[in-house]
Design a protein around this ligand. Structure first.
Ligand code: ZN
Length: 272
């Protein structure tokens, strides 16, 4: 074969390679080989409470053994757990980010989750019902626990409202009360402001006062969205989380992202 066709073939192969990278990595062809973290799907896992191994679990609880299985899978797949505030800085984004979230702020997050995060070097965000540490509710984390976890760098504390989550201090559901931040039938703007918007602001203020750092993440209680609250939530929290089951796409922004609910009976590898 003469040199000229070989040169032509080489050029064609180079072009094809560039095209392949472009197709598979979904960004500008040829001059952009590095993965763009904002063009990647990011799974978000939603957990709540933990119980010791051997306990009877429901959809809100997992045991340490199950969490370790999930974490082993996450690590094996090459994911790096990130904190919500890290989503705001492209330079701190790993190539395969995953967000691990715990809602409500049960004391088990400190006693059972936190040691496992330390063991794996994994990060997670906890979004507590912020009134619970103010009420000294022993089923839930105290301010000291939040301060210790926050200082570790492995845990970020977000908001799940101040007291708009209808759980009592024992963590029992209170039937018949409004679900999260939803507007009541016929509720006036003034009443909605004082009942819902002031509550969301208070959760932000209390977290900032107690932890010395402003929260960046809001988890909608029960995944119930209220359009009249979106503007305030977006102003206070650059990251927000719903509960519809899907993998988040950071290209669409960091607000009202979907989450995968993880239970004892749902292995993480079944979800995404
Ligand atoms: Zn909740």
């Amino acid at each position: 074969m003469s040199p000229r066709p070989l040169f032509g073939f080489g050029l064609f192969a180079l072009f094809a390679l560039c095209l392949l990278f472009g197709v598979f990595y979904g960004d500008k062809v040829v001059w952009k080989f590095k993965l763009d973290p904002y063009r990647q799907p990011m799974p978000i896992l939603m957990y709540h409470h933990m119980l010791p191994d051997g306990s009877d679990c429901n959809d809100m609880t997992v045991t340490p053994s199950k969490l370790r299985q999930d974490f082993d899978y996450i690590r094996k797949q090459g994911y790096t757990p990130v904190l919500p505030r890290e989503l705001l800085d492209p330079d701190s984004m790993p190539e395969k980010p995953i967000l691990i979230t715990f809602d409500d702020g049960y004391a088990s997050n400190y006693h059972l989750l936190f040691p496992i995060l330390q063991e794996y070097g994994f990060k997670a965000v906890i979004c507590p019902i912020v009134c619970m540490p103010d009420l000294l509710a022993t089923e839930f984390c105290s301010w000291d626990m939040y301060r210790e976890m926050n200082a570790s760098g492995l845990v970020e504390i977000g908001s799940h409202t101040y007291k708009l989550h209808n759980l009592d201090v024992n963590g029992s559901y209170k039937p018949g009360e409004p679900n999260g931040i939803q507007r009541l039938d016929g509720e006036s703007d003034a009443d909605f402001q004082s009942r819902v918007l002031d509550d969301i602001q208070k959760s932000y203020d209390r977290l900032t006062e107690e932890l010395g750092v402003a929260p960046t993440c809001f988890a909608y209680p029960f995944g119930v969205r209220e359009p009249a609250a979106d503007a305030l939530i977006d102003e206070l929290f650059p990251v927000s989380l719903l509960t519809w089951s899907d993998t988040a796409d950071l290209y669409n922004g960091t607000k009202r992202m979907p989450r995968w609910t993880v239970t004892m009976w749902e292995p993480v590898y079944n979800l995404f």
